[in-house]
Ligand binder design. Sequence first.
Ligand code: NAI
Ligand code: MG
Length: 490
Amino acid sequence: MKKNKTPKPLNFSTGWDYAPAPESTDHIKLEKQYDLFIGGKFVKPSGGKYFDTINPATEKKLASIAIAETKDVDKAVQAARKAYDTVWGKMPGAERSKYIFRIARMIQERAREFSVIESMDGGKPIRESRDIDIPLAANHFFYYAGWADKLNYAFPNRKPSSLGVAAQIIPWNFPLLMAAWKIAPALATGNTVVLKPAETTPLTALKLAELIRDSGLPDGVVNIITGAGNTGAAMVGHTGVDKIAFTGSTDVGKLIQKSIAGTNKKLTLELGGKAANIIFEDAPLDQAVEGIINGIFFNQGHVCCAGSRLFIQENVADIVIRKLKQRMETLIIGDPLDKNTDIGAINSKEQLQTILKYIQIGKNEGADIYQSSCSMPAKGFFCKPTLFLNTSQSHRIVQEEIFGPVLTIQTFRTIEEVIEKANNIPYGLSAGVWTDKGSKIFNLTSRLRAGVVWANTYNKFDPTSPFGGYKESGFGREGGLHGLMPYLKF
Ligand code: NAI
Ligand code: MG
């Protein structure tokens, strides 16, 4: 009888060899130059100025993008006001819903093109833009299309009505998805929109503008303008705006809040984060390690709810850290358009410099650094997945948002200690808990000061569930029924 051979253990340290599997780019259509989408048409910027958007993985220019000046912002707000007064504000919900539904369908139809452009303009792996960003963006429109004619059921006896014109400013980490998070609930509730994407990632928003034009949505209901912080500030300061929705840095969020004090403008802010990901000794450890990887290295750590502070219960710390390092060795960093890539490019040179600055700060603070030994592309903005061990609460790398693939690790003994440490931070956007015990999960979900607490999973999103923060992570909720409220008055 043949003896069963003991299987050889997998040698993770060498990883796997994968043949390159790049997604093709021949099916996408990009213009050389993009103007401002105002009143249903692309129009030239009044100052005639443009800036470049580049591919952060190759540092090559993708297109010239118009800079909207105060005059253009005014034009966009006026177009939105006109559309609100004459068409959209009066349209029955059931009719609005058909348009929103059509936008969702069209995003699905063009999903492949959107995914490739998202990865080229922002640097995220195609696997993520294809499987997460674009499908979730379509789902957001589907979901809010469903609410448009049911607002009276959502808020019974409260007579909800729309606000008017919403100015929406979004960041570069989930460009199309953030546009969907902002536009879909605003349209469902009967508001019109002026949206500005981030300056490093304007392309999918501009492709969305083309799609919206093709969808037959009445002119001026959605206006998409481009530019940097000055354009954003002009939107915030415009007197014709009723509502401001902002996602981005805490510093700019605070500026916006100050600048609209004393006005009637409604505001929602979704700002930074520094989430605790907490692993208890009774957690399914392999699953938890996947969750840690997904929580911080997913999208290069450009995630406001990234699980950037890891807390491991002391008696399993050694084994979790060992498994984590092994798993990090298998991560592939490189071409965002390659389907095998786990970690793509950092969104911009500036953001890479910020991350590298924090890595230096961590070293200077005396924490132990560990980086995976993966090969790095010669061109473009890339950063190795990085761990900082032996960190403490007072370290800047533990307190401040890095927004990159950098994880700090602390250990704990008791549940009280970890709650105290997890909450001892200016932010409160999200957290993760890994344990076999349901009562522990409930204890933590009620005591962690975080808008979202994931249990035995991480970074799971769904249009039906609300998302938003505590403390310096901002206020107001996006997603779900809650996400309708910031766009309504009662
Ligand atoms: P940012 O807050 O400057 O940019 C976000 C958006 O706000 C962009 O569209 C930008 O053009 C616009 N903006 C900039 N200044 C403005 C102003 N004065 N008024 C109105 N709009 C303005 O963020 P940035 O500089 O790209 O990233 C800096 C840090 O912010 C990151 O390192 C990260 O820590 C954090 N961040 C957090 C995000 C989140 O999702 N919560 C997203 C992006 C960045
Ligand atoms: Mg770009």
